[in-house]
Design a protein around this ligand. Structure first.
Ligand code: 4AD
Ligand code: MG
Length: 456
């Protein structure tokens, strides 16, 4: 029986026999009886097990330390203590007793310590909450897109196209690098795929091919970037959700982003009540109120030009001076989200700082791109309307020195029944940060990959 089942059916199970498998999270042995704080991870709450010296192995049980795995048979009874129910044990089988060098004790550990012990941190309350929220958020996202008629599309992980054109692809090769080094040259025609390939930085380009067949598709998969940045919001491996919608323009896209985000936040609020309450208390005070407020708010929409104007007029001492036509820095993102007190869409960005595929606006200077900025997280979503005009797209690619022939399948979409279409990419871990209040992206993915770190 799982603890979740017991809590969900406690009334019916009262005074009935229950059997449980799980771990000791805390233990208070007394002379003739003892209390075990017990968890099997099926729900956030723990169950208290009470035992006494009628157990045949009472002495062995009373010596058990935190982390031990046990199997309990007993009766579910109303508790006289802090909790509503507890289990009065009839027998406790010791599956594996845990020694005293077990790093996870029944006390508060620092997040840094737990990061170093990432293989054990899911056994703590904090990470039980974080990773249950992560799982629920993923399920909420699939549910949103499924309920709204999107096709779940799986983009390839190994690809030859660098979607963002930022040169941040991890290379995939079976060439013997020692031999290559000795010969002094690389012949990619001899490589596994007969050409230079890498791990995907975005499934967008492939998603576009399916959007122009199914109208609405989305990806949800791992994404890789050999970005040498050690920040609290960047990793070399992260998960991204990338919807792509035909016959949808930039403003329709913002509507979808806003609706989806509110849906997922509400889904988590409804399904992770205990976890959110815990995170609100121990990780980010006011988390629940923050999330509830966003669900009921209207997201602000401002152009990049307006943002620069606001920043310039703010009299704030920025490290980087905000300039028209230039990118905005982390400190600017922070100022803008605080200024508006919630999520902010920034749209119509200068074309020179954005990717080749974005819809060129009539002003000749900007593209139909939109980023969604969140307080405490910064950029959560990057998206755009795509350039659907063949000549404009090809000209832009040539301007940027791209090889148009290699990308024939992408540009041909603009030849064979082209239509306006738009899409976005949502960084899943940044969403989990926002949902849990965790401040470091390394604490919302099971095993993080950052420069110099590939432990576990
Ligand atoms: O803004 P980005 O680079 O956009 C794209 O890749 C588009 N092709 C998406 C699309 O239109 N289909 O990345 C999208 C989001 C960012 O807003 C951010 O949330 C997340 O992906 N992201 C990262 N998250 C963690 N670590 C990194 N290194 C990230 N780089 C981007
Ligand atoms: Mg971006």
């Amino acid at each position: 029986m799982e603890i979740k089942y017991i809590f969900d059916n406690a009334k019916d199970l009262e005074n009935k026999k229950v059997i449980l498998n799980g771990w000791i999270r805390n233990h208070r042995p007394q002379k003739e009886f003892g209390f075990i704080d017990f968890s099997d991870g099926t729900c956030f709450k723990h169950l208290q097990i009470v035992y006494d010296n009628t157990l045949s192995n009472f002495l062995d049980v009373s010596k058990l330390l935190v982390g031990s795995s046990i199997s309990v048979e007993g009766t579910l009874v109303k508790s006289s203590g802090n909790q509503e129910y507890e289990v009065k044990a009839k027998s406790i089988a010791i599956l594996d007793s845990c020694p005293d060098d077990y790093p996870i004790q029944a006390k508060r550990h620092t997040k840094e310590f737990l990061r170093e012990n990432a293989y054990l941190r899911p056994r703590t309350n904090m990470f039980q909450a974080v990773f249950r929220v992560r799982s629920l958020a993923a399920q909420g996202i699939h549910k949103y897109f499924g309920d709204n008629g999107y096709i779940y599309f799986n983009a390839p992980i190994i690809t030859a196209s660098d979607c963002e054109g930022a040169g941040e692809m991890f290379q995939v090769t079976t060439l013997d690098l020692d031999k290559v080094a000795k010969s002094g040259k690389v012949d990619y025609s001899k490589d596994f795929f007969g050409k230079l390939t890498g791990l995907t930085v975005s499934g967008q380009l492939e998603a576009e091919t399916y959007a122009l067949a199914f109208s609405k598709v989305y990806t949800f998969g791992p994404t890789f970037r050999a970005e040498n940045s050690n920040t609290k919001t960047h990793m070399a491996e992260f998960w991204m959700i990338e919807p792509e919608i035909a016959f949808c323009d930039l403003f329709g896209l913002m509507d979808i982003e806003e609706e989806m985000l509110k849906y997922v936040i509400k889904y988590v609020l409804d399904n992770a009540k205990d976890e959110i309450e815990f995170l609100d208390k121990f990780v980010e005070n006011g988390l629940k109120a923050k999330l509830e407020k966003v669900v009921n708010s209207k997201f602000v929409r401002v152009t990049h030009e307006e943002v620069i104007k606001i920043l310039k007029e703010s009299n704030e001492k920025f490290e980087f001076t905000p300039e028209y036509g230039e990118d905005i820095a982390k400190e600017h993102e922070k100022y803008i989200t605080e200024h508006f007190g919630g999520p902010v869409f920034i749209y119509n960005w200068p074309k020179d700082i954005k990717a080749f595929y974005m819809k060129q606006n009539d002003d000749g200077k900007t593209v139909g791109a939109v980023d969604l900025e969140l307080p405490g997280v910064g950029e959560l979503i990057g998206g755009s309307q795509r350039e659907e005009n063949y000549d404009k797209l090809v000209n832009r690619m040539k301007e940027l020195g791209m090889n148009v022939d290699d990308m024939y399948w992408y540009v041909n979409l603009r030849k064979y029944g082209s239509s306006i279409h738009s899409g976005f990419g949502l960084g899943f871990e940044r969403l989990v940060m926002y949902l849990t209040g965790m401040e470091n992206i390394r604490d919302v993915i099971p095993y993080y990959r950052t420069p110099g770190n590939c432990e576990f």
